[in-house]
Structure formats: structure tokens, C-alpha cells
Design a protein around this ligand. Structure first.
Ligand code: CA
Length: 227
């Protein structure tokens, strides 16, 4: 039995049933809400471990639901949105959502996202780290050295900052805007194309041309996978 409690916020009944059936079959506990105000109430009263949140709700916007919940809680939030809502998706990720599913999505996709979140929950319970190990990658936060397969990489300060940001948020999709603000502070002109160039060089150094470690989310941002 899986001990995670999932709050499913979705007003579309067939989709809600698909999600809850999947959760049930895989041993998750769940509670459901069809409205945003109900979602905020339930997340305060039941303290779920994970929230799956539809962005298009009948009362309040899903993005505002994230804003409310983030005022008091870091609970991982997976947003569900229609393909046409790319702008909303980015706003939601910037507001603090962790990941997204685009409708229509498969049951396997949903379960994969939940596993990513669970690995993050386990990791964050282990306290502050002096090093980060993920597959072939190792970052030594004390000496600021990065290794793949034990071999030291020579990164520029920006590349190192970029890599540490992705590592710190491993499993989470980071938007271009978030990355640019975190690494450079104020966005400058052509920030996004600079970011692409830095990312390409970083990937080359990490030998990650197949994107096994750092995933591109076209038009949205990047995510370091937990290997
Ligand atoms: Ca909806």
C-alpha cells in the first residue's frame, strides 16, 4: 500500500474518474474536489502529499489556487491543462507548480509524473546536502567541482550555477523565465537564446546530447531528470 494522499482537483467528471481509478489501482489514497475553493479548503484540512490540479475550474482560476496554496504550503502540485493553454501552464509553473500533464494524457504518463514527485519528496526529507549524485553526475557543493563518471568537468561560473539550479530542482520543470531570473537576475535582451546556448554547451560537457539528464520542454523550459 502506497501511503501518499493525493488531492485530485478536476471538474471534468470522466477525467476525474480516470485519475482516481488509476490512483486506486496503484494503491494511492485520494480525495477529490471539483472547484477551486474546495481545493484550497481540502489542502488546508487534509494536508495531501501531492495535488493534481486542473487549471480550468468553474469558480477560480487554477493559477490562483496555486497562489493561495503556496502561501502556506510547498506541497508538490502537478497541473493538468488543455494543449491550448500553454501560457497558463507557464504562469502556473512560475507560480510554483512542479510539473504538468497536457490533456489528453495516458495513465502511464500520470504514474510516471507521480513517481518523479515521490522521489523528490524522499530526497527533500534527507536534509541539506554536501553533494548531489544523479546517475553519472556528481556535484561536490563544498569544492564546487562537478564530475561525470568520476572525471572532473570544467564549467564556467554560469554553467555551474545553471547546473546547480537544475540539480536543486531535479524532477521539476523550470520555466525559461525562472531560470533566467535565478541565474542572471534581471532578464536582459535575448535572454532565452543565451540560455539555449549555455544549455547546449552544458549538455555537451555533460555528454547529454540525448537529453537523458536534462529534458527540453519546448516553449516552456527545462527539467533535470532523477536517474
Ligand atoms: Ca476543467
Amino acid at each position: 500500500m502506497n501511503e501518499y494522499l493525493v488531492l485530485v482537483v478536476e471538474d471534468d467528471k470522466p477525467i476525474r474518474n480516470l485519475i482516481t481509478t488509476t490512483l486506486k489501482m496503484n494503491g494511492y489514497r485520494f480525495i477529490t474536489a471539483g472547484r477551486g475553493d474546495e481545493a484550497i479548503m481540502l489542502s488546508a484540512s487534509h494536508k495531501p502529499d501531492i495535488i493534481i490540479l486542473d487549471l480550468g475550474l468553474p469558480d477560480i482560476d487554477g493559477v490562483d489556487v496555486i497562489g493561495s496554496i503556496r502561501a502556506w504550503s510547498d506541497v508538490p502540485i502537478i497541473i493538468v491543462s488543455a494543449r491550448s493553454d500553454d501560457k497558463d501552464k507557464i504562469t502556473a509553473l512560475d507560480k510554483g507548480a512542479d510539473d504538468y500533464l497536457t490533456k489528453p494524457f495516458s495513465v502511464e504518463e500520470l504514474l510516471a509524473r507521480l513517481r518523479v514527485i515521490q522521489r523528490r519528496i524522499i530526497k527533500s526529507e534527507n536534509g541539506p546536502l554536501t553533494e548531489f549524485v544523479n546517475g553519472r553526475l556528481r556535484i561536490d557543493y563544498i569544492s564546487n567541482c562537478v564530475y561525470t563518471d568520476g572525471e572532473e568537468l570544467h564549467l564556467t561560473p554560469i554553467e555551474y550555477k545553471l547546473l546547480c539550479l537544475l540539480a536543486k530542482n531535479a524532477g521539476k520543470v523550470l520555466t525559461h523565465k525562472y531560470i533566467i531570473q535565478s541565474v542572471w537576475g534581471n532578464p536582459v535582451e535575448n535572454s532565452e537564446s543565451s540560455l539555449r546556448v549555455f544549455m547546449a554547451t552544458l549538455r555537451k560537457k555533460l555528454n547529454d546530447s540525448n537529453q537523458a539528464l536534462i529534458q527540453t520542454h519546448i516553449g516552456i523550459g527545462y527539467r533535470m531528470m532523477k536517474l
